[in-house]
Write a protein of this length. Sequence first.
Length: 427
Amino acid sequence: MRFLYLKKFSISKDYLIKTLFYIGLFLLPSAFSISAIILLISLILNSLINEENIFKDKLNIFFFLGSFLLIISSIMHDFRSNYLSYDPNSSLSWIGLANWIPFFWCYWGFKPLLNNSEKRKKTSLILLSGTLPVLITGLGQSFFNWDGPFEIFNGLIVWYQRPLEGITGLTGLFNNPNYAGSWLNVIWPFCIAALLDKTKYLAKNISVYLFTLGISLSTILTNSRSAWIGFIIGTLFVFGKKSFKLITNLLIIISLIISATIFPIFGSNIQLYLQNIVPESIWMEFNDFQYSRIEIWHKGFEIVFNNPIFGTGAGSFPEIFKLETGLWKGHAHNLPLELIISYGIPTGIVILIPIFFIIFNSINKILITKARESSSIYDQSWIAALVVLFFSQMVDVQYFDGRISIIFWILLSGARNIIKKDKETVY
C-alpha cells in the first residue's frame, strides 16, 4: 500500500512539474518576471527528482568547466581594472555570469521534460499560443498606433510598448524590432509544423491559419534584415532539401531586386522604377548600413588579440569601441565573439564547443533524408527554430534578453535529446 501511495505521489509531482513548465513557457513572451519564477520552481523540482547523473551527458563537463573559467575570468577583471586604458566596471563581469551559468543548469534540468517527440510537440504549441500577445500588440502598434502601457490583472502584468526614436519597425512586447523578429523567427517553424499537421477540428485549423498570417505579416513589419533572412531560413530547414531549389531561386531574385534599388546595375531607369514599387522602409534597410558589421567584428578581434586569456570584462566592448572610434555600439554583433571579448578565448572555446556540437549535429540530422523520414514535423521544426536563432546570434546579439536566452537553452536541450534518439530519463 505504501509503495502504491508513493508511486501515485511521484506521478502527481511529475504532472505538477510539467504543468508549471508549460505555464511558464506560455507566459514567457508576455509576462517575463512571472514566467521566470514559475520556470525556476519547475526547474528546481525537476532537478530534485532527476536521477540522471549530470555528467552522463558528456557535454555537461564542458559547461561545468566553463562555469569555473567564467568565475576565474571575473576574479581577474577585479585585479586588472587599474591597468586598462579605459574605465571598466568589473562588477558587470559578475553580473554577466547570470547570462550563462544558470542556463547550463537549465540545459540539464529541463531535458527530462523534452525527452520525447510528444513532449516537444506540446512545448512547441504552447510557445506558439503564448505568442498571441506579441502579435496583438505588434499589429496594434503598426496599424492603430498603440504605444501602451496595457495592464491586466490589476497591474500584475503590464504590456508596455515605448515608441523608440528612429525605429519604425514592429516591436510588440520587445524593446527592439530585431528582438521581436528573433522571437517570431523561433516561433515560425512551429507555425509551419502546426499548419502541416492538420486536424479534423475546424476551429483549430482556422486559428493556425490566422497565426500563420499574423507571424508572417509581423515579421515583415519588423523591418529587420535578420528577421527576414531568418524567416526564409526557417522555412528552408522545415521543408528540407525539397525547398532548396525554390528558396535559392527566391533569394537570388530578391537579392537582385534589392541590389537594383541601391545600385543602377540594370540602368538608372530600372533603379528608379524599383525604388517606386519596393516600399522605402524595406529597401532602405539594405541601403543604410552605417558602420558595417565587418568593421565592428574587426575591432572585436583586435580586442580579443590584445586580451586573449581573460578578456576585457562583460560590457567592455561598447566602452572600448567608443574610446577608439568615437562611435557607440552596444555589443559586437556576434554572440561567440562577445563571449570571448568578455571572458577570454579559453572560456569561450570551452562553452562554445558543446553548443556548436549540438548545432552541427542538428543540421546534419535534419538534412539527411532517412533521418527526416523517421522524425516528426515538430522535431524538424524544433531543430529549424534552434538553427535560425543561432544564426541570428552570428550577426546580432538578442541573447541578453532573458526571453531569448531561456528559449535558446530549452531548444538546445531538446535538440540534444533528438540527437541522442530520445533516451528516456528514468525518475
